[in-house]
Design a protein around this ligand. Structure first.
Ligand code: SF4
Ligand code: SF4
Length: 395
């Protein structure tokens, strides 16, 4: 059991220090209190002194301080979009109090880390977490996370359902979290539309992005009540939108030139009066991005390798097959330490498409390592050509 004060005691200490001034009634009068005051002592006293780390199991990472202190971080894979119930969090907090130092850390990717200062307790945590049905692992050369945006859970601009895609992909790849090794770190991001709140799609090993795959159509009936035509026209990066005017010359709605539209979704972000046909929307798959400076090329921008797959909720069979095929091919052919983008950089895109068996997307998209907007390739080829690709693939 940890000797650290319970988190409620630490919160109580804020109130004691500030008399009757609480965050609830006078937040502006609170003295600045360093956040480190609330950290368990083993973290506070070793801040900036960590000198070594070692993966003990795919779920346990050890950090060693120059002071000789050691901590062991146990990683719990989170549910899609990190939607934890209070009951689940309570179970994790109980484990952190019983075996850890009374602290859990939600990661930016939605996983939970439980920290302990004893190795035997880290192994007990592994056993307990497994017994309770949690998926644990994801350190080292494994699948670190599948991070989806919120999409239909709360978002108004989603064109597809990111959390259910993350769940279906995770079910297919779960062995790579602990049991099976990958050549290097694997991170997957899933976003419900090109706004990409699911994470850095241009710098992920694999990214799945909801794609409208069609030019939106303005709903003339209520457009003027909710939107300004000039705002929507200004949002379009390719000048595909023009004003519709009434007899007096007043703009009341907009029209989209389909042959120019690249289906980027920016006009839809501006107003809900731009509508899509959900039957035609789908997802695209990007591969090989990374922000780290490892490998021959250092940072790499992702490339679109599948311009469109249809929406197939709730289990997304085609998407899952494509992602699993990419991962399995990389696992079987890459050298140890090669991130997906590094592997493709070594073998070339010809070999990538040959080994994965995916249709060669370069016929329809321009591949370039030059910086630029994610959808730069589509500016060159236009939606009509990518639609032709889809039509051929579907038939
Ligand atoms: S990526 Fe799109 S669908 Fe997902 S939360 Fe952001 S705006 Fe909504
Ligand atoms: S989807 Fe993008 S390219 Fe198409 S009309 Fe809207 S803003 Fe313009």
């Amino acid at each position: 059991m940890s000797s650290e004060p319970h988190v409620r005691d630490r919160q109580y200490s804020i109130v004691v220090r500030t008399g009757d001034v609480t965050p609830m009634n006078h937040p502006e009068k609170l003295p600045p209190i360093p956040y480190t005051n609330y950290l368990p002592s083993v973290l506070r006293s070793n801040m900036g002194k960590w000198i070594n780390r070692r993966m003990i199991t795919p779920a346990i990472m050890e950090h060693v301080s120059e002071s000789g202190d050691r901590i062991f971080t146990v990683k719990v894979i989170g549910p899609p979009n990190a939607r934890y119930s209070a009951d689940t969090l309570e179970k994790l907090c109980d484990l952190a109090d019983t075996y850890g130092i009374g602290l859990i850390r939600p990661t930016p990717q939605g996983n939970i880390e439980i920290i302990t200062d004893r190795e035997e307790n880290a192994h007990r945590l592994e056993d307990e977490l497994r017994r309770l049905g949690f998926l644990i692992g994801g350190w080292g050369n494994h699948l670190w996370n599948i991070q989806p945006c919120t999409a239909y859970l709360t978002c108004t601009t989603a064109v597809t359902d990111a959390p259910s895609m993350a769940k279906a992909i995770g079910d297919a790849l779960h062995e790579y979290v602990y049991e099976k090794e990958t050549p290097a770190h694997l991170s997957i991001k899933v976003s419900g539309c090109p706004n990409a709140c699911g994470g850095a799609i241009n710098a992920s090993d694999i990214a799945v992005v909801g794609y409208p795959a069609q030019a939106p159509v303005a709903d003339d009936k209520w457009f003027s009540q909710v939107s300004s035509p000039s705002d929507v026209i200004a949002a379009c990066p390719v000048g595909a939108i023009t004003a519709k005017k009434d007899g007096s010359g007043k703009a009341y709605s907009v029209a989209v030139r389909q042959e120019l539209c690249i289906a980027c979704g920016r006009c839809r972000d501006t107003t809900d009066a731009m509508a899509y046909n959900p039957e035609k929307a789908g997802v695209m798959v990007l591969v090989g991005g990374k922000a780290s400076n490892t490998g021959r090329l250092g940072q790499i921008m992702s490339k679109i390798v599948v311009p469109y797959l249809p929406n197939e909720p709730p289990r997304w069979p085609t998407l899952v097959k494509v992602v699993k095929r990419i991962v399995d091919t990389w696992v079987n052919h890459a050298e140890k330490g090669e991130r997906l983008g590094d592997w493709v950089a070594r073998i070339g895109w010809d070999k990538f498409f040959e080994l994965t068996g995916l249709p060669d997307a370069r016929k329809y998209l321009r591949f370039s390592d030059k910086p630029g907007p994610l959808y730069q390739p589509l500016y060159k080829r236009r939606l009509t050509e990518t639609s032709a690709y889809l039509f051929r693939e579907k038939n």
